[in-house]
Design a protein around this ligand. Sequence first.
Ligand SMILES: [Cu+2]
Length: 69
Amino acid sequence: MSTTATYTVKGMTCGHCVASVKDEVSGITGVSDVVVELESGAVTVTSESPLDIATVQAAVEEAGYELVS
Ligand SMILES: [Cu+2]
């Protein structure tokens, strides 16, 4: 059974930004799917088990953006 959570990321301006965020978040252990919406900044993550918000935040920051809580 997988779980889905939606986060909001600030600072993405183009398709390249979307790809960077998607790339980093996809790299988190247990993540099976990542959908990033450029306009709203919504990042929907499907994973095997609930993710630690700090883990998601670290991945987003690694990509160069900011997680809004
Ligand atoms: Cu960009």
